[in-house]
Design a protein around this ligand. Structure first.
Ligand code: ARG
Length: 507
């Protein structure tokens, strides 16, 4: 529970479908997928806090030509033995090898296409010629077979998909993220795609060109290039699958809103998606869609190198925690000692680093900066919450007397109270901006002011019990800190206080 700040009550709650993470099963879990996972999970919790009913979907990139290419690679380089030892690792290795082999053909095809653009002559015959041979042909043939339900290909695809989902699930668990549905491009029904295709033809939106079905986006009033619906060999495309996915999801979940948390490299795609839906007279549905985009540029691949598995992303953060130095010894002791809380600190640090980065900014993934208790960092938030828990152990939060209230009127406590009272407004603002960085900044300001209060306090006896007035203030601070941290996805390391019926909730 993150607290409820919306006006909607549960029986009139609106439904959000949020699509997050969506990695591609043939390649590494990229920085952009990590960002989508963390930002998307946070958006889900924000909407829940505002009273929405939230459905989380992981739309795996588990279909299309890359899977077919992996199949071609497997037939050349696949080894059951190596697969047994490290399934996901071996599949990545196979994929990288075949990608390498495929490069010269891709370059030749691109050159032929560029030539056509210049000369405007042979309508892509040279390109078609290149793609009718070699790995191109093998890959396209394999994809065709896959879409035709060929037993061998389907079995291969299923094996690859299952082993990856299995692996992802463990990774998401460590990160504290869950999904209501592991969907994916492979799960879109062929009937729905045919239905979309039919509508596009009937409404004169798509047309045939050199054997493919395409849409000239300018014909439907959008400067978004040419969209391909089916390729020359009749294969479905990313766009066709996504169009069908919108229909399927709206029928299945009857959502009021759907948010795609996807990197900016998909911007043209989502523009095409929305515009095509509008042209299909589905403006009402199109208006429910929102693409929350963020910079796809990430330092993660450079940090981890090629061939890493999703777990490697978290292992590197945990490894980084060992650099917490002697200077941090006191704080480490308060949170429970490095050995006991390394994993929790690592995840907290990663989450806060991710969420404090504005959406348009390059993805940091800077493990070198993670081992730190600096203001507003994950470890520091955990530290302050733990400190409050210790302080409040055995503190007496009885009815407050006039004298208790007087303490709260002094400058530092009064300032802290003022900051705490802003929490609902901060949540509300973030719900509108969908920039979680605001919550991080806010929580930093809570701990900063808390430190002021405590440093005054500490002039006396460290072990002295806090007075009732301050105990009430600190308890409220712990509640706000904990709610804010949970909103960001941080699991509090400190043990919770025993439940009290009248836990003060702001707002
Ligand atoms: N798998 C895609 C990628 O890695 C992201 C999927 C985005 N979602 C969608 N509905 N198209 O770029």
């Amino acid at each position: 529970m993150v607290g409820n700040y919306g006006s909607a009550t549960s029986n009139e709650s609106r439904r959000l479908v949020v699509e997050l993470s969506s990695p591609n099963i043939t390649s590494e879990f990229q920085g952009k997928h990590l960002r989508s996972t963390i930002i998307g999970a946070c958006i889900g919790r924000l909407y829940e806090a505002m009273g929405w009913d939230v459905m989380r979907i992981n739309y795996l990139g588990d279909w299309g030509k890359p899977i077919a290419l992996l199949y071609v690679g497997w037939s050349r380089y696949g080894s059951e033995e190596a697969y047994e030892a490290d399934p996901v690792g071996h599949l990545l290795e196979v994929y990288h090898k075949i990608e390498e082999d495929f490069k010269p053909e891709q370059a030749a095809s691109k050159a032929a296409r560029d030539e056509v653009a210049k000369e405007g002559e042979d309508k892509g015959e040279a390109q078609a010629e290149i793609e009718s041979k070699g790995i191109f042909a093998e890959r396209n043939e394999a994809f065709k077979k896959l879409e035709e339900d060929d037993e061998k290909l389907v079995a291969f695809w299923k094996r690859v998909r299952d082993v990856n989902i299995d692996n992802y699930t463990k990774f998401y668990e460590r990160l504290g993220v869950r999904f209501d549905e592991y969907s994916g491009e492979s799960q879109i029904k062929p009937e729905t795609m045919v239905e979309v295709e039919q509508m596009l033809k009937e409404k004169g939106i798509s047309e045939e060109s050199g054997g493919s079905q395409i849409i000239h986006m300018q014909n439907i009033g959008a400067k978004a290039g040419t969209a391909i619906i089916r390729d020359r060999s009749g294969g479905s495309t990313y766009l066709l699958r996504d169009l069908a996915a919108v229909l399927e999801r709206s029928r299945k979940h009857s959502f009021d809103k759907m948010i795609y948390v996807v990197a900016s490299d998909n911007s043209v795609h989502f523009t095409q998606l929305t515009k095509v839906l509008e042209a299909m007279d589905m403006k009402e549905l199109a208006d429910k869609l929102q693409h929350v985009k963020f910079s796809e540029v990430s330092r993660m691949a450079a940090t981890l190198g090629k061939g890493y598995k999703p777990q490697g992303i978290l292992d590197a953060c945990e490894e980084a925690m060992t650099a917490l130095s002697e200077a941090d010894a006191e704080k480490l002791e308060v949170v429970g000692g490095l050995d006991n809380v390394k994993e929790g600190l690592a995840t907290s640090s990663l989450l806060v680093q991710e969420l404090s980065t504005r959406l348009t900014t390059t993805h940091a993934y800077d493990t070198g900066a993670m081992a730190s208790f600096k203001l507003g960092s994950g470890p520091d938030l955990q530290y302050w919450l733990a400190k409050l828990r210790r302080l409040l152990k055995g503190a007496d939060a009885a009815e407050l007397s006039d004298e208790d209230y007087e303490v709260l009127a002094e400058e530092d406590p009064a300032n802290l109270l003022r900051i705490l009272a802003q929490y609902p407004e901060v949540v509300n603002a973030t719900y509108h901006s969908l920039e979680p960085a605001g919550v991080v900044t806010y929580l930093a300001s809570v701990t900063e002011q808390l430190a002021e209060c405590l440093s005054e306090d500490a002039e006396g006896d460290q072990d002295a019990k806090v007075t009732s007035g301050l105990a009430a203030l600190y308890e409220a601070t712990a509640v706000v800190l904990e709610n804010g941290m949970k909103l960001l996805g941080l699991a509090p390391i400190a043990q919770s206080l025993p439940e009290r019926a009248d836990t003060p909730v702001m707002g």
